[in-house]
Design a protein around this ligand. Structure first.
Ligand SMILES: [Zn+2]
Length: 209
């Protein structure tokens, strides 16, 4: 359970900043968790700004949209180095889909936190092949707080932390996720096409023998 640190009400230069990372597979509720933290800060009248890479335009140009359709206004940016100027003096900076940003994102998050801002970064920790995605490993290293959120394996119902791709593309970036991916546990991810009810039924029979 993530316990949110307090944000003191002082100008950013008089307080310390920090970095929080929220990561997991698709359908794990990363963006929902990001929105939840940002909304709580907004309710406390803290100044909040949200950014996302301009390439993520799945649902709406201007909004971060989580899959439960809870929305929050965000600014699409072409590159990570645009964020410090745009974020200005705000108290809390949210960054969604961080895995798609260039490697400057690590430096940018440090700059923001070093000048007293709370930075909350959400992103996919692994790509469809199970490899660490973009700068997420670096962001997890420099963050004060890392939260891994999990989905449920659609094949067996265990905890899932892989995004299994259902379509035969080798491109790392493939948007339109509800149709193209499903969340899978470690076992069902590696079973690939062989994972499924049949295989489980067979195992149950074997175990009973
Ligand atoms: Zn499974």
């Amino acid at each position: 359970m993530f316990i949110e640190p307090n944000r003191r009400r002082e100008p950013p230069h008089l307080r310390t900043g920090w970095i929080e990372v929220i990561c997991g597979s698709m359908f794990s509720g990363k963006t929902e968790e990001l929105i939840r933290r940002l909304n709580r800060a907004r309710i406390a009248k803290l100044n909040v700004q949200i950014f996302k890479p301009a390439l993520d335009t799945r649902y709406h140009e201007e909004n971060i949209v989580s899959h439960s359709a809870l929305t929050i206004r965000s600014t699409p940016v072409q590159s990570a180095d645009q964020i410090p100027d745009l974020a200005g003096n705000c108290d809390v900076v949210g960054i969604d889909e961080a895995q798609f940003f260039d490697k400057d994102i690590t430096n940018v998050c440090n700059i923001l936190a070093n000048q007293g801002q709370r930075v909350i970064v959400a992103g996919l920790d692994m790509d469809f092949s199970g490899k660490p995605f973009g700068c997420m490993p670096q962001l997890m290293s420099i963050a004060e707080y890392v939260t891994k959120v999990h989905a449920i394996c659609v094949v067996c119902g265990d905890i899932a932390h892989y995004s299994y791709r259902l379509v035969p593309s080798q491109s790392r970036v493939l948007l339109g996720e509800t149709d193209s991916y499903e969340a899978r546990c470690r076992r069902c991810f590696h079973l690939g096409d062989h994972a499924g009810p049949k295989e489980w039924a067979y195992e149950d029979v074997k175990n009973e023998e």
